[in-house]
Design a protein around this ligand. Structure first.
Ligand code: NAD
Length: 487
């Protein structure tokens, strides 16, 4: 007797239950060897008082099954509710979001007919770490954190994925012309790891031109690896260019756990009408079957689905008089796929997931590195300055400070406003005073934590409100901070 793989199933909200029902019917008819463990998450749980949208019983089921097939979730409007998707990704350490994006022309109308790309998006770091603060009455901050192990893990995953799925090129998208430290690290690690895969081509593009090219020449891409926010944005651009957000599935992969879902949301506007397209969730289920090593069932379902699309049997979202033969509802679409199990598409390239070829990709970051020589050389002190003390006046006040650290520059949102500012009316209500023990960035002197604490205490005694400090370090003599614009 075959041992069935336990899979946690969350039906989700809005159209979730109907597309999950359609998907489960197809999985059952194709004899997928899974044991569904239904868990309750999402809107109902939020409304019962679980602010994360997930009760402890569901966590227990997830810990046991380690694999989740999830319908879309509605996050209730209003404060206090955390996104369940972000919670799941982070708690389950799902570091990679893998989104294949394929066009199905001429059967599904789209902007570009020849798309077959996969987006590998970093899933845990970047601005999505969700570390935000209101610092002053007027200024809010969102912290962008990027770690070397995080970059190594996602970039290696992208190359391993390319190798396993016989892809030829990996493109890295970043904005390292502006964010030289965070995105710069991502780009640097990309170059390092690419060197381990000489048979796979690699390139780097700045994310803005990269996004433009995805929109107008998507066929030039194969595998794309990028940071969290850019990955989120380009996934929707690519899905839309390919034809419909209703078609694409996505896998959230960790080394121990994995979650599979459609890329679209809960579509409350069409919920309960039996008109939603279940294809996105079904394609996610195919990714899941490959992941749990049931490649033959995955092949059978994908081919039956491709044949259904080729036969022009379409749900309303992709129906067109020109390309379709029959408009069907959600459950009728599932029946059409079931009727084609065992058939292959004739226009599209049939799926053929080979047994044993797609063993789970495990990736870890944190390659051994020689630790850099880290030296404390100064501090950035952010000040709430609600009474608009001009930068010149602030600087002469700070000149009175008795410390080895001296004021080097004052900036406002990254722009130098003292000394020698040419700005007409600088914004000073939120400003940053940089203190170092020497002016020359090429010959920075080490300072002690005690000096910084004593400096802060003096600022406090002067009545200045310190809202944040950021230590300035060098690493093996290299600056660990950027200079101000205009410095
Ligand atoms: P959405 O993806 O739900 O809907 C956007 C549009 O696409 C709507 O017109 C909808 O009818 C249509 N659509 C979406 N899926 C479809 C399908 N399978 N078949 C046919 N048409 C489909 O996006 P939204 O309206 O911005 O969000 C609705 C809710 O979903 C929000 O609460 C949002 O937070 C949530 N959401 C959840 C997830 C997730 O669980 N992964 C992802 C995105 C949005």
């Amino acid at each position: 007797m075959t041992i069935k793989t336990p899979i946690a199933i969350a039906y989700g909200d809005g159209i979730g239950p109907e597309i999950m029902q359609a998907t489960m019917r197809i999985l059952e008819a194709a004899e997928a060897q899974i044991e569904p463990v239904v868990i309750e998450v999402g809107e109902k749980m939020y409304l019962q008082g679980y602010t994360s949208g997930i009760p402890d019983t569901a966590w227990e089921a997830l810990k046991r099954t380690k694999v989740l097939l999830k319908g879309p979730i509605t996050t209730p409007q209003g404060g206090g509710y955390k996104s369940l998707n972000v919670t799941l990704r982070k708690t389950m350490s799902l570091f990679a979001n893998v989104r294949p994006c394929i066009s199905y022309a001429p059967y599904v109308a789209n902007a570009c007919s020849n798309i077959d790309l996969v987006i590998v998006r970093e899933n845990e770091e970047d601005l999505y770490a969700g570390i935000e603060h209101r610092q002053t009455d007027e200024v809010y901050q969102c912290l962008k954190l990027v770690s070397r192990p995080g970059c190594e893990q996602i970039i290696r995953y992208a190359f391993e994925y390319a190798q396993k799925f016989n892809r030829k090129k990996v493109t890295c998208l970043s904005k390292d012309n502006i964010m030289k430290m965070t995105d710069g690290l991502f780009h640097r690690v990309f170059n390092e790891i690419a060197a381990d895969y000489p048979t796979i081509a690699h390139e780097h593009l700045i994310v803005d031109i990269g996004t433009a090219l995805i929109a107008c020449q998507p066929e030039r891409f194969d595998v794309i690896v990028t940071l969290n926010l850019y990955g989120d944005i380009i996934s929707d651009v690519a899905a839309q260019v390919a034809g419909s957000v209703g078609l694409a599935g996505s896998a959230n992969i960790g080394n121990q756990m994995a979650m599979f879902e459609a890329i679209h949301g809960s579509a409350p506007d069409i919920a309960g009408k039996n008109i939603a397209n279940p294809s996105g969730l079904l394609n996610a289920a195919v990714q899941m079957l490959v992941h749990i090593n049931q490649p033959l069932v995955a092949t059978t379902i994908e081919n039956a689905w491709l044949k259904t699309i080729e036969d022009g049997i379409h749900t309303a979202d992709i129906y067109s008089a020109e390309h379709s033969k029959q408009k069907v509802g959600t459950q009728e679409f599932a029946e059409a796929v079931i009727a084609r199990l065992g058939q292959k598409p004739s226009h599209f390239k049939p799926a053929d997931y080979q047994p044993g070829a797609y063993t789970k990709i495990e990736c870890y970051g944190g390659r051994p590195q020689v630790r850099s020589q880290k030296s404390l050389v100064g501090v950035d002190v952010f000040i709430d300055n609600p009474t608009d003390i001009p930068a010149e006046e602030l600087a002469s006040k700070l000149a009175a400070i008795n410390s080895p650290l001296q004021l080097i520059v004052i900036t406002s949102r990254g722009l130098k406003i003292w000394p020698n500012s040419t700005i007409e009316a600088p914004y000073v209500r939120h400003c940053c005073c940089r203190f170092q023990a020497s002016q020359d960035v090429k010959q920075l002197k080490a300072v002690r934590q005690e000096d910084i604490l004593a400096l802060l205490s003096q600022l406090n005694a002067m009545g200045l409100e310190v809202i944040k400090t950021e230590n300035l370090y060098t690493f093996d003599g290299q600056l660990g901070f950027t200079l101000a614009q205009g410095q």
